[in-house]
Design a protein around this ligand. Structure first.
Ligand code: ZN
Length: 136
């Protein structure tokens, strides 16, 4: 795995949280993107080398809505950049981690993503993400 690509934070009200994080980080969000398949609306901030993803539930049955119900707002996942998501998923499966996706899927911000079950990672939801090459 390479660097931490971003940290995902679950929020109840994306609009309010965009203002809050804009004040906190001193920069405005640079994009808002809906990932309908995941039932989520995201916004992204770049603060120096660090990227923050805010996640709001679009779908009340989706994973973010469930997370907010159970745990409330807060850190939702840590995403690591990988060069080859398919080989990294195979490596981690062989190491005994539970990869939640059979195949990488299209996530927000031009990424292929896959998640590791937090039961196998000390309670931390880990996202792998690989930049989608421009040729695809
Ligand atoms: Zn993420």
């Amino acid at each position: 795995m390479n660097k931490i690509e971003h940290i995902g934070i679950a929020v109840k009200d994306l609009k309010a949280s965009n203002s809050l994080f804009e004040k906190l980080l001193g920069v405005p969000h640079y994009k808002i993107e809906e990932v309908v398949s995941e039932g989520v609306r995201t916004s992204f901030f770049q603060a120096g080398p660090n990227k923050i993803e805010l996640l709001e539930a679009l779908d009340q049955q989706g994973p973010i809505a469930k997370f907010l119900d159970k745990k409330g707002e807060g850190v939702h996942h840590i995403a690591f950049a990988v060069d080859d998501i398919v080989s990294e998923m195979a490596r981690l499966t062989a190491e005994g981690f539970t990869v939640l996706n059979k195949e990488p899927k299209k996530g927000a911000d031009n990424k292929l993503v896959a998640f590791l079950h937090p039961k196998t990672t000390n309670g931390v939801l880990v996202e792998l993400c690989q930049e989608i090459p421009e040729s695809l």
